[in-house]
Structure formats: C-alpha cells, structure tokens
Write a protein that binds this ligand. Structure first.
Ligand SMILES: O=C(CO)COP(=O)(O)O
Length: 134
C-alpha cells in the first residue's frame, strides 16, 4: 500500500503587535502557503483563518497558554519543517521563557526560522530552501 506523502509543515506565530504583519503575509502568500500543512498558535491562527479561510491552519493553544511549547515539542519530534515567528522586540512578554524555548529548539534542530517579515519573505519565495523531508 502506498501512503500519500505528507506536506512539509510550517509553523506560524506572531506576537500581538505583529499580527497585522502576519495577516498581510498570509494573504499575499496564500497560494504558496497552501502547499504546506500549517500550524499556528491560537490567536495567530484565528487571525490567519479569518483573513484567508482557504488555508489549512491547525490552531494550537495560544502562545502564553502553552502554544509556543506545543510548537517546540513538534519541532523536537521532527514534525515542523520551518518556523515563521514574527517577534515583537519592544514589548515585555509574561511567557518570554516559552518564546526563548521555542526559538532555542528551532536552533537546536536546525530548522529554518524567520523572526521577521524580511526573512519570512525570503523563505516563502524560495520554497526549495525548506523542502527538506520531514
Ligand atoms: O504569544 C505568542 C507567541 O509567543 C503568540 O500566541 P497567539 O498566537 O495565541 O497570540
């Protein structure tokens, strides 16, 4: 029996001050993003689904309630191909340790990680760069 190969998985996360940027990113790259299984923290996912309902986004818990850690665990399990995380560098976060843990795991497992729009644009417009098998 042949199994249908799964799509590469992209994790999408944005802090509150960056959610409008994420919505713009999702809208303008909807066609490209549709080639991935998409996972997002709770509120980020809700905003993306509202803006681009055609995208297959699986929503996890909100970041401060464990969503960042859920994505980190998926990275440790080899289930995430790349992380796009629009970080707000100007606002203190109650869950700063979770943010750090998530980016640390992306570093540790050497997955492509975009922490701002400029890098996210590079990643999504060069999909070959993240085509590694999961
Ligand atoms: O806080 C976040 C990442 O650290 C994002 O979580 P939400 O998408 O639920 O706002």
């Amino acid at each position: 029996m042949t199994e249908t190969p799964s799509k590469p998985a992209l994790a999408l996360v944005a802090h509150d001050q960056k959610k409008d940027d994420m919505v713009r990113f999702a809208r303008s790259h909807a066609r490209r993003l549709a080639a991935f299984d998409l996972f997002a923290t709770g509120t980020t996912g809700a905003r993306i689904i509202e803006a681009a309902p055609e995208l297959p986004v699986t929503r996890l818990k909100s970041g401060p309630l464990g969503g960042d850690q859920q994505i980190g665990a998926m990275i440790a399990e080899g289930r995430i191909t790349a992380l796009i995380f629009f970080v707000d560098p100007l606002t203190p976060m109650p869950h700063d340790v979770d943010v750090k843990a998530l980016t640390r795991l992306a570093e540790l497992y050497d997955i492509p990680m975009a922490l701002n729009s400029a890098t996210a644009e590079l990643i999504i417009t060069h999909p070959g760069a993240i085509a590694r098998p999961i």
